[in-house]
Design a protein around this ligand. Structure first.
Ligand SMILES: [Zn+2]
Length: 184
């Protein structure tokens, strides 16, 4: 079965122009800055000087039916919203569109991809007290932050990356290896 759904850019434009519909089904929509309609999640790298059309097509957002195709929901932009993967996974598959509307209005906001990455690194640092010790010692010894980053980078490259992301567990391993190398 071929994919009959409109492009992400067509879907974004539809909701941008449907002023009443967007309040319900695209509360976070900003046509120049692609984001998940339900939680507002975005990445700074999607836009990056690109045209709006290119940015929406590049965004790792999924086309989600309001009324599922399997329940006779049409492949029209008016029945499709753009969601991040977790929102798509958790959104309702139901024949009454209001179920989706209610679900969206209760959806908590999510930080940007870049902020989430920083938060994950901070949690990983919390898991490795040795890294904090190593960092303090390195600072006392007059080492540059860049030097520490170089060591972290070397260990990061050794890690297996899932979907372009280091998991928190991998970050923990990188920090521990870095700490061991830095400490005398
Ligand atoms: Zn989302």
């Amino acid at each position: 079965m071929s994919d009959q759904r409109p492009t992400k850019w067509t879907i974004a434009q539809h909701w941008d122009q449907d002023l009443t519909g967007r309040e319900v089904f695209a509360p976070h929509l900003d046509i120049g800055n692609p984001c998940c309609f339900a939680c507002g999640w975005f990445s700074e790298r999607w836009t990056d000087g690109r045209s709006s059309r290119k940015a929406w097509e590049r965004a790792t957002l999924e086309r989600a039916h309001i009324v599922p195709a399997g329940l006779d929901g049409p492949n029209a932009a008016s029945n499709i919203i753009l969601l991040c993967a977790p929102c798509h996974r958790e959104s309702p598959d139901w024949d009454d569109p209001w179920e989706m509307a209610i679900w969206m209005s209760n959806r908590p906001e999510r930080a940007s991809k870049e902020m989430e990455n920083v938060e994950t690194w901070l949690r990983a640092v919390g898991d490795v007290p040795l890294f904090k010790v190593a960092l303090r010692e390195a600072a006392t010894a007059g080492a540059s932050a860049q030097g520490v980053v170089e060591v972290m980078r070397r260990y990061s490259r050794r890690a297996v990356v899932h979907a372009g992301e280091l998991s928190q567990g991998t970050m923990t391993a990188v920090l521990r290896a870095t700490a061991r190398e830095l400490l005398p």
